[in-house]
Design a protein around this ligand. Structure first.
Ligand SMILES: CC(C)=CCC/C(C)=C/COP(=O)(O)OP(=O)(O)O
Ligand SMILES: [Mg+2]
Length: 615
């Protein structure tokens, strides 16, 4: 009883500060930050401000320092709060995916039936790599394999082949740009000075390149692998965009379509599996296609789809048993869209366990997010945050019924992950998994307090919290431990305490989310997102703020590229970080791909999971 009252005192005290005294500035008192990461970083050239390196390690307020308030008064105040709290709903539309339909998915393409043919095609494709000696042809081959989604079968072969060619300097713009893109994408370092020979003495790209469509497109794609400070790639990007735009009208429809698509979303930012599906069609129409590669790509796509189908079937049963749809009707019912997050982060068939775990993670995270954003009262979510910190069954006592379901689902899921990793790898990941959830919930609480007190944070303040509240750091901890590869304490510590790699990937995820969803969120009432924060801070229009956020995304990509090149984290984490950013951009490209899962996302899911490619 004493503990119960004490917890209620804490909740009440927190509410008192944020709601009644309307003291938004009280939150730093609660969330003490570590000075371990106080490096600062510059914003893009068009950005006048500096972002302070996010501080992400939270300390809880000392409970001993709380004043004692008579319990009866607290209980009556809580009841009052409970009664006045209007239960809100985001009015999410029901899922467009019927669980029965998911469970009935099937495909004729199984490894049992097509395995021999598949292995034969793989052998032939491998021969292509070893027999191609011309540097330009080899670069094209590596790029085509990547785009078709089959490069993962030949990682070592591609690396070996590229190492032989490297650093063979090429002559024309197309090959030079292709070389930079393919080499960097495959982990080689190559200086952007290779573009020097295409510039005049005044440093500008030569005029005679302005009609070289192939070269310009290649330069444009390569410029997205640029790092902060590589001005030549920035200029290359501007030069290619300007000239590609004026060339579009003169191109045949297929080429024009490709250029338009690239200008919308460059190759390097695309989600691998979505790109594979779309490029297989393009390649099929290519007069110079290699039939072995095409056949391999189609068969691989269909065989991988078989694996995805098995996974969503299992997840469908899990989701039905979890019962969130009935017990938490205010939250999103988006199993398939959440699966897309997982598939976007890691698509290779051998990582089923990771995709299944990540999908469960996103399902539970979304329900908790909706609880904090929409449905729960402030005192309820204070108690929930406290319960997550305690991480024990007894904590359920203090929670309302609907929260208990969510709390226990989270506890069970997370403990199961910890158990599996302990069993399979002998590594205790409990402190990391627990901290991932606790940190996430604390960041949700910060946003909720801001909202409840009517406070609009500065963009810096907002981003210092929002890169965590988007779920990136927590997702990455889960993804890493679920991968099934060697788990090192160093990598876990890096993920726990934050790394620049994780920060920039999460920031892109957050900014893309805000660009796609903040309008709907602010209509229904939610914390000011990056766009509103910047509008208020700088007194600018929504359009100007959106432009600024897009600039920040480009800047973050350059920082992310810089971090990827450092090889300071395991390759798998680098790959998943890049893919997380790509997935976010893809999902939020046309608004809120999750909350209001539209026809576009449904169509993509259909071609990724339901429909085979005629073979
Ligand atoms: C693998 C990852 C990173 C998954 C995260 C999924 C996600 C962004 C859920 C919250 O959406 P939201 O738009 O409601 O977020 P918020 O309320 O934080 O803006
Ligand atoms: Mg939300």
């Amino acid at each position: 009883m004493y503990i119960y009252i004490r917890r209620r005192v804490i909740c009440f005290f927190n509410n008192f500060l944020t709601v009644f005294m309307r003291l938004p500035s009280s939150f730093p008192m609660e969330i003490m930050t570590s000075s371990a990461f106080s490096t600062s970083c510059c914003l893009p050239l068009n950005c006048p401000r500096r972002v302070v390196w996010p501080q992400h390690i939270y300390r809880r307020i000392s409970k001993q320092s709380l004043p004692i308030i008579p319990p009866l008064m607290i209980v009556s105040k809580l009841n009052e709060l409970q009664q006045v709290h209007p239960r809100r709903s985001a009015q999410y539309h029901p899922s467009v995916w019927d669980l029965k339909l998911i469970e009935s998915l099937s495909t004729p393409y199984t490894y049992e039936l097509y395995g021999t043919q598949f292995e034969e095609l793989k052998r032939s494709a491998k021969c292509l790599l070893t027999s191609t000696k011309d540097p330009c042809a080899l670069l094209k081959l590596a790029s085509t394999m990547q785009r078709l989604g089959v490069a993962y079968h030949f990682e070592k072969d591609i690396e070996d082949a590229l190492a032989l060619l490297y650093p063979n300097l090429t002559t024309n713009l197309h090959t030079t740009a292709l070389q930079l893109r393919v080499l960097r994408q495959n982990g080689f370092s190559i200086s952007s000075d290779v573009f020097d020979k295409f510039r005049n003495s005044d440093g500008r790209f030569m005029d005679n390149l302005s009609s070289d469509m192939e070269g310009l497109l290649s330069l444009y794609e390569a410029s997205h692998l640029g790092m902060h400070g590589e001005n030549i790639l920035e200029e290359g990007k501007d030069f290619s965009i300007k000239n590609l735009k004026s060339l579009i009208g003169k191109l045949e429809s297929d080429s024009a379509k490709q250029v338009k698509q690239s200008l919308e979303i460059p190759l390097y930012w695309r989600m691998p599996r979505v790109e594979a599906r779309s490029f297989i069609d393009v390649y099929q129409r290519d007069m110079a296609k290699n039939l072995t590669l095409l056949e391999l790509a189609k068969l691989d796509y269909n065989l991988v789809q078989y694996v995805y189908q098995q996974e969503v079937k299992e997840l469908s049963r899990w989701w039905r048993d979890l019962g969130f749809k009935d017990k938490l009707p205010f939250s999103r019912d988006r199993l398939m869209e959440n699966y897309l997050w997982a598939m976007g982060m890691i698509f290779e068939p051998q990582f089923s366990k990771c995709r299944i775990g990540l999908t469960k993670f996103v399902c539970i995270l979304s329900a908790i997010d909706d609880m904090y954003d929409i449905y729960g009262s402030l005192d309820e979510i204070e108690c929930f945050t406290d319960a997550v910190d305690r991480w024990e069954m007894e904590a359920m006592e203090d929670l309302p019924e609907y929260m208990r379901i969510c709390y226990l689902a989270m506890l069970n899921f997370a403990n199961e992950v910890v158990f599996d990793v302990l069993k399979d790898h002998g590594v205790n990941t409990f402190p990391y998994i627990k901290e991932a959830w606790a940190n996430l919930c604390r960041s949700y609480l910060v946003e909720r307090r801001w909202f409840s007190s009517g406070y609009t944070p500065t963009l810096n303040e907002y981003l210092g919290n929002a890169w965590i509240s988007v779920g990136g750091p927590s997702a990455m901890v889960h993804a890493y431990v679920l991968l099934g590869c060697t788990i090192t304490k160093d990598a876990l510590d890096c993920l726990k305490h934050g790394s620049e790699l994780l920060y920039w990937a999460s920031l892109i995820t957050r900014l893309s989310d805000d660009l796609g969803t903040s309008e709907a969120e602010s209509k229904r009432g939610d914390v000011a997102k990056s766009i509103e924060c910047y509008m208020v801070q700088e007194s600018v229009s929504k359009e100007e703020a959106q432009d600024h956020i897009r600039g920040l995304i480009s800047y973050s990509w350059k920082k992310l590229n810089e971090e990827s090149a450092k090889n300071s984290m395991p390759k798998s984490i680098v790959k998943m970080s890049l893919n997380m950013a790509r997935t976010a951009q893809f999902l939020f490209q046309n608004g809120d791909g999750i909350g209001t899962s539209t026809g576009v996302i449904k169509d993509h899911l259909t071609s990724l999971i339901v429909k085979q490619i005629p073979y």
